[in-house]
Design a protein around this ligand. Structure first.
Ligand SMILES: Nc1nc2c(ncn2[C@@H]2O[C@H](COP(=O)(O)OP(=O)(O)OP(=O)(O)O)[C@@H](O)[C@H]2O)c(=O)[nH]1
Ligand SMILES: [Mg+2]
Length: 493
């Protein structure tokens, strides 16, 4: 791996230079001494107090380039563990480039590679590998769940848990060594007791971490809310109500939406991709069929699935294509039209699996129970509306609230997200992989404990945890692990 091998002083704008802003922060790291930078500043650098803001001009050949605030972090007390200077400059893109060029051309700095400041922090042991991943998650988070877990890995509870697990492993190793070296002094049963105690301590921390790696987290990392149904069901109408503008084309022509359309909506601090899809039907149009295939692909992976049925235009053959999917919400649209209830009673929904059901008018933007009295509605030909899950026979809940659609759907979405993330799942795949492997090895190990009486053999067996544990707390840093982590980082980080 060709990874940042030199230790030249580096410089970059750390605040993302894509548009003009009031202030931008330029970071310089790895210069020999602060005084060597005197030619670039009007402030007497001999008088600089560390970690203190000073107002100064940046100068070039007696010309003032900018009036900035600078903070000096000396070697050993900085993010990278090198001499670091942070300059809060005026955030005009041209201004930023002129200042960067000044230090590159006349100060022997070079432009930092993406993630290089953090790489130096890792190299100089200011951050562990796990903390670097936490930082990455924090900076790239698209939900409050990821934000708080990023922070947790960086400095909080999760990192502390990993260290607790690692320390309890060291205790376990020590218990084995003691048993070998002093078994004659403390007795075999006593040494086995000591060993079992340490192993149980290790297991209890491991189990609580392991429980947080269960379940599918991919839909929590980039959650999607998908709207599906037949043509003219009202998918695009609902899509526009949720994004609050006419983004998707709505028309009475069946098959208006041919490919999926996606917009990000933010609900309770989480970004969701809201996706409008092509209506499901038999079509001779090749392009439309690709759109329908895509609708099914998204449906299979989406976090929240809404099925919309227009009781005035329902084809049972097309509905039959959806029997394998469990929907979070079934909305029967066009409730403002006369004859709505009698049309609903003609529907056979017995094979549709959903958790919740409601009626709605996308023409007025309101949603409510399926019937006026708030009960589960007129039912289907077979006398029941589909099972709640594929396996169970419990019917779906019917919505009991009446009101505007947009806040209600967002509320349901966020309720599911809170529910699914209630056990604080560990989101980083590498960590999940390490924990699952340690857990598997621990299960095999506990079987061996009962079979093996020779502590010397247990001593060599206990080392099987070592690699994964070191990787989890970030003590070893295999090149490929480094590569995959740093490929996400941007310049100035
Ligand atoms: N009265 C009434 N009209 C609706 C309702 N929902 C949708 N419509 C109308 O039904 C027609 C189809 O709506 P769309 O939102 O385009 O339906 P779609 O599911 O996106 O249809 P495709 O893109 O063809 O798959 C439009 O003319 C809408 O104005 C509703 O609840 N009540
Ligand atoms: Mg549409």
């Amino acid at each position: 791996m060709n990874f940042y091998t030199d230790d030249l002083p580096i410089i970059a704008c750390s605040t993302g230079n894509v548009s003009n802003t009031a202030i931008a922060v330029i970071r310089l790291s790895g210069f020999k001494s602060l005084l060597s930078l005197q030619p670039f500043f009007s402030f007497n650098l001999a008088k600089v107090k560390k970690r203190f803001s000073h107002l100064t001009n940046i100068v070039s050949e007696e010309r003032i380039l900018d009036n900035v605030l600078m903070v000096f972090f000396p070697k050993g007390e900085s993010y990278t563990d090198e001499n670091v200077l942070e300059l809060s400059v005026h955030g005009n893109l041209l201004n930023i480039q002129i200042i960067l060029d000044l230090f590159i051309l006349k100060g022997h700095f070079r432009s930092a590679h993406p993630g290089e400041f953090t790489y130096r922090a890792l190299k100089n042991k200011k951050l562990s590998l796990s903390q670097v991943e936490g930082l990455d998650m924090l900076l790239n988070a698209n939900s409050s769940l990821m934000l708080s877990q990023g922070l947790d890995i960086l400095q909080g509870e999760l990192h502390a848990q990993y260290l607790r697990l690692y320390n309890s492993f060291l205790k376990l190793k020590a218990a084995v060594e003691i048993s070998i070296d002093f078994s004659e002094d403390i007795g075999e049963s006593e040494s086995k007791l000591l060993f079992n105690d340490s192993f149980n301590g290790f297991l209890s921390i491991l189990d609580s971490l392991h429980s947080r790696t269960q379940g599918n987290i991919s839909s929590l990392l980039s959650p999607e809310l998908v709207l599906v149904g037949q043509t003219n069901a009202g998918k695009s109408s609902l899509f526009n109500l949720l994004v609050k503008h006419n983004r998707s084309i709505v028309s009475s022509v069946a098959g208006t939406t041919r490919d999926y359309i996606s917009e990000v909506i933010q609900v309770d601090g989480t970004n969701y991709s809201l996706i409008d899809t092509a209506g499901i039907r038999e079509s001779s149009d090749e392009i439309e069929n690709i759109g329908i295939e895509r609708a099914f692909e998204i449906l299979n992976r989406a976090f929240y699935k809404i099925l919309i049925i227009n009781p005035f235009e329902t084809n049972p053959d097309y509905l039959a294509k959806l029997v394998d999917v469990h929907f979070d919400f079934l909305i029967i649209s066009h409730s403002d039209r006369p004859d709505f209830l009698s049309k609903v009673s003609d529907l056979d929904l017995s094979n549709i699996s959903t958790s919740l059901i409601a009626s709605a008018s996308f023409a007025t933007g309101s949603i409510g129970p399926l019937s006026n009295n708030g009960s589960i509605g007129p039912g289907s030909k077979s006398g029941s509306i589909g099972p709640r899950s594929n396996s169970g026979s419990i019917g779906p809940e019917t919505l009991i609230e009446i009101g505007p659609i947009e806040p209600l759907v967002k509320n349901l979405l966020s309720k599911k997200f809170r529910h699914e993330s209630a056990n604080s799942p560990i989101l980083l795949e590498r960590h999940r992989h390490c924990i699952n492997n340690i857990h598997l090895k621990a299960q095999l190990f506990s079987l061996k404990i009962n079979e093996i009486d020779d502590v010397a053999i247990l001593s060599s067996e206990v080392n099987i945890f070592s690699n994964y544990l070191s990787e989890l707390v970030g003590i070893v840093s295999a090149d490929d692990v480094l590569n995959s982590i740093f490929s996400n980082f941007c310049i100035g980080k």
